[in-house]
Design a protein around this ligand. Structure first.
Ligand SMILES: [Zn+2]
Length: 132
């Protein structure tokens, strides 16, 4: 596929530094530096914290791996009225996605009345049963 036929999207580039101590596995912060690929390593982007002295400024139209996630997200509405509850929930989700450098494409928004189930109780161990 030629470069001219690729999607054009506006998202933050994200740092490719591995983070073994993080459950996410990668830094993922906003990247402002470019490291050309070598041997089997692909081109990559790095944040100010993880840049190497030889890293370059990001090119004008950098290639990225676009990750598109289709999901259903449940939130409690801030009100029982459907429209303001849905509107606030969309704004809050957009803000959360923007905070990690993404862009939210809303496909559908709906709401319905529900009852919140109580949180699951932690399992009681035999040692705890013996106390008292
Ligand atoms: Zn980083």
């Amino acid at each position: 596929m030629s470069r001219e036929h690729l999607h054009q999207i506006s998202v933050h580039l994200r740092c490719a530094e591995p983070q073994k101590d993080s459950k996410l596995g990668w830094c993922g912060r906003h990247a402002q530096y470019f490291r050309p690929g070598r041997h089997l390593l692909p081109d990559a982007y790095y944040c100010d914290w993880h840049r190497a002295p030889s890293d370059l400024p990001v090119p004008v139209d950098p290639l990225i791996r676009r990750v598109a996630i289709v999901a259903e997200i449940d939130l409690a509405g801030v009100t029982l009225l459907p429209r303001p509850a849905q509107h606030e929930a969309v704004l809050r989700l957009e803000a959360a996605v923007a905070e990690i450098g993404g862009r939210l494409n809303i496909c559908r928004v709906s709401s319905s009345m529900a009852r919140q189930t109580p949180p699951a109780r932690p399992a009681v161990t035999n040692a705890e049963r013996g106390r008292g």
